[in-house]
Design a protein. Structure first.
Length: 456
């Protein structure tokens, strides 16, 4: 693989003697190469200075890599900050650190990673974006591919890095020859005209032949993509994201006096805060507490919220447990989604969920475990569901109990570990898998004994 280069040109009027001599020797073969003819036309000579920018960045990055002899697993992400995909990244890193796998986390964007301190200390981190952001996209792609080839990991896993997707699409055959390639995808995004967009739509069709498995957190998205591109469902593996299990110990609120509803998310077209505003207007006797942050397209929504008396806006919380006991109901108004982590956390904490029926949400919320709004653009439908939830304590409490049980079954840390052991069995080998399973079972039994002793 050749290095990309930067070119700069210094214009000169005259042709150097050495070049003039060579051109004259060839002028008998090609009239227009005669230097006398060229200069009579007023053409200028501009020598090119070649700067091997990619090579310099590659050398610096290799000097920053702790284990130059290679890694078992390289996980590539744009950043690690507050977000659902970032939580998945941290869960994978925690799983890998517990398995004592040699892991390198490559961050491809310059953006500040607010959750970097949550990465297990055993994980090596390479700030690729900070070192290579001044290169062109093609140059960055070339440098990242050279790193992956040189380090020869057994597994390369891409979670939402556009640069890594470009590498897989354009050089996937080379990459797949040295590493098993995994990617994580959760749902499509949609543009202003309602057309599906996102990494799955942009890259997957050309990249699929080089990918061993596509990991997702819900059953709906694989069906959509497979129907669109003719991929087999076996190309996907559904891995449920674990939640904070301490939430499962919180009491389920049965108080009729608690008429506070929590809404949490970004102020953007996907989360539809304007729909929340319409719901709040229909239910003036219900308090809506909003935890979120504005993106560029959502900044003007804040002023509308502030003018609505039964809406109070708070800054984003540090952890869901910090606010979970204050609310009975969580409202989700997403226009599209995978399986939002906020719903899993709300179900684990014993809240009743009122949510739009989109994406992979029905993996957790159905008529047994919550209130699904099929007509998910109609504020009246949400208002009716919230009213039913608040007025019928027996029914809503039963739904909360069923939702919590589903979280316990599908979103425990143990279930997550077992699923990834199954997915990566070909990487680690059966002997290591048996050892890990035995260790996990022993730990689970010990934790059970300790918990029973504490109860006594």
């Amino acid at each position: 693989m050749g290095w990309p280069v930067h070119y700069t040109a210094e214009k000169r009027k005259g042709i150097p003697a050495w070049l003039r001599e060579e051109m004259l020797s060839l002028a008998s073969l090609e009239y227009e190469i005669n230097p006398n003819i060229i200069q009579s036309h007023g053409l200028e000579f501009a020598p090119l200075a070649i700067h091997p920018a990619g090579g310099r960045v590659y050398r610096k990055l290799m000097n920053l890599v702790a284990h130059r002899e290679g890694y078992d697993y390289i996980l590539i992400a744009p950043w690690v900050k507050m977000g659902g995909a970032d939580l998945v990244t941290l869960c994978h890193l925690r799983y890998l650190s517990k398995r004592r796998v040699r892991v390198l986390l490559i961050l491809t964007e310059v953006t500040h990673s607010a959750w970097l301190d949550k990465v297990p200390k055993e994980i090596d981190i390479l700030q690729f974006g900070k070192e290579a952001s001044w290169l062109s996209p093609i140059e960055q792609e070339s440098v990242l591919m050279r790193l992956l080839i040189q380090l020869e990991p057994r597994c390369v896993h891409n979670i939402n890095s556009r640069l890594a997707w470009s590498c897989i699409k354009n050089s996937g055959k080379t990459l797949a020859a040295i590493s098993d390639v995994y990617v994580s995808l959760y749902c499509d995004d949609y543009d202003k005209d309602g057309c599906p967009v996102g990494y799955g739509r942009e890259f997957l069709r050309e990249s699929a032949p080089y990918i061993r498995k596509i990991l997702t957190d819900n059953c709906s998205y694989p069906e959509q993509i497979c129907a669109a591109y003719g991929l087999p469902l076996a190309a996907f593996e559904v891995v449920k994201v674990p939640t904070d299990e301490s939430l499962l110990k919180l009491p389920i609120s049965r108080s009729e006096g608690n008429r506070k509803v929590i809404w949490s998310g970004r102020f953007d077209p996907q989360k539809r805060p304007e729909l929340l505003l319409e719901v709040a207007k229909l239910l003036p006797d219900v308090e809506f507490h909003v935890y979120g942050q504005a993106v560029v397209s959502g900044r003007n929504k804040l002023s509308h919220f502030e003018s609505q008396k039964n809406i109070t806006v708070f800054s984003p919380y540090s952890s869901f447990q910090a606010v979970a006991e204050d609310y009975r109901v969580l409202l989700n108004t997403s226009a599209w989604d995978g399986l939002p982590n906020i719903l899993v956390e709300a179900a684990a904490s014993g809240m009743v969920i009122v949510t739009s029926n989109v994406g992979g949400i029905t993996d957790l919320v159905d008529e047994v475990t919550g209130f699904l709004v099929d007509n998910h653009s109609d504020p009246t439908a949400y208002a009716e569901a919230i009213t039913q939830c608040l007025s019928n304590i027996v029914v809503s409490s039963k739904k909360a109990e069923c939702a919590r049980l589903r979280v316990l079954q599908n979103h425990s840390w143990r279930a997550f570990e077992c699923k990834l052991d199954e997915v990566f069995a070909n990487l680690w080998g059966r002997n290591r898998m048996v050892q890990w399973a035995q260790a996990a079972e022993k730990k689970h039994l010990c934790e059970g004994v300790t918990e029973r002793e504490n109860e006594k």
